[in-house]
Design a protein around this ligand. Sequence first.
Ligand code: F6R
Length: 586
Amino acid sequence: MCSIIGYYGKKNAAPIIVKGLKRMEYRGYDSVGVATESNNQIELKKGIGKVNEVNSKIQLDSLPGKIGIGHTRWATHGKVTDFNAHPHPSNSGKIAIVHNGIIENFEELKKQLQDEGYNFKSETDSEIIANLIQKYYELTGDVKETILKTVSEIKGHYAFVAMFENGQLAAARFHEPLIIGVGQDDFFLSSDVLGFIEYTDNAIYLENGNFVILEENKFQILDYNGEHVKYGITKISKEFGDAYKGDYAHFTLKEIYEQHETILKAGEKTQEAIEKTADYIKHAKNIYVTGSGTSYNAALIAKQIFSKYAKIKAEPIMASELQFSPDSIEENSIIIAVSQSGESADVLDAVKIGKQANCKIIAIVNLLTSSLAREADIVIGMNCGPEIGVAATKSFTSQLVILYKIVQKLSDNTITINFEKFAETILKILENPKKIQEIAKQMKEISDIYVLGRGINYPIAKEAALKLKELTYIHAEGIPGGELKHGPLALMDSNVFVIIINPNDSTYLDTLTSAREIKARGAKIIGVSDIESDVYDYWIEMPKIDQVLYPISEIIPIQFLSYYAALEKDTDPDYPRNLAKSVTVK
Ligand code: F6R
């Protein structure tokens, strides 16, 4: 999604803002802009493209002044144009705003403002915030009153920062993240701690329905009744500042390679939380596991391993669908919410529905300071460090490890997993991607990929297809092997590639039969298996490991394949088009 940032301090604001935006670029990135205050005037530059591209064209970082705001946009209302990029000035040019989220009643407010003589230059919902603020500031001459009146009119999910021409900053938060960074003699406002971690590790997480006013080197935090609120300063883990590619060509590649370490950190030092979770689960009426995208695929695996190893029924729920059947949640149950960011709007909404049904919430989450973590009764941290590549890689395997740890506890340790030994196996898979690189070269021109898996391997087939489509833009679909003859077989011909997830488990022979049926129709077969077969045109050899761990290991070669095929197709693996890392809108 969009990122917003504000700086108020003693240093030049624009270079700090540009750097912060660059670090948060993973959230959304079709256009970028910066506005600063200098000599009681607002200066503003914005354009289409990535932060570095726009900056080298129009030198965003050369804007003068010690106070400023910035934005990277991921278009929702209106096309990707210079006019639609943020910051948006108000009609008088005396106020500029940056906004993340959606103003649901913007058409009504726009019409109202137009009737009062305001003009609009963009197609965005955001521009109404700038003009509402201008209207109320002209009426009251007071920033606090202006923000109170503005937030009482706008409906939706939002976080915004407004800059006044006298250098005051005001920012409000309602269901979109906004964090205050408190430095030695400067302040930051940001969608993510990555926006300021380089300068301070002191953060205040603004609560929903709170706003902050920054002036004369001090700040006040108020609620929407205008009352001062209590707040705490959180120390941010410096680890989150460690968001550099190092020697790797891309974050995605680095994050794939980190997995032999991150699977050992998953759920580390959370033994108590895992025990408590197992206890809740044993006494709950029903268990639901929810998430979106990759995290939902982890929920599908949870269903399989809970029933197979702990004889416990867990129902996976796609977070975005729950709003249409809220009654399917039985009272006094458990919701395990899986989310890397902890900020996915769909997941937060699912949790809200669960809370209304008196459910306990268990969060499996990477960002421990996220909205999800703060909503949960129990939090289990993935601890995999910042995942910058938009496509989830290491966070998925960390989610699986935590789910396995819960199952291990539920099974009274009848399944034992030696994660240390498993990490060595993962390292072996990671050491040799050469063959996968060769296969990726063959995929350059193809238009369709199908990924087949049965039983517990089916969610991995789905996750594999998701990775391939995100990174390569090739149409990809996960298919349960048994369903082939019920329809998808009609699609098989010499123009398609089919990946067969085929470990030596109870699904092995049936899946091999499916592979033969497909091969007979001329499709190329890539087998991901610990057993070689003549049916595979390309064999990705998997190590022989304990069956229990097949799913976690199987996804890694596909992550590599997606990455290398993306390079072949000349797409940017870190920032796939149209996607954003934290999907904070619905
Ligand atoms: C896929 C991907 C997305 C996310 C989804 C949920 O590679 O990255 O599908 O998995 O948007 O995000 P989180 O886990 O942050 O809730």
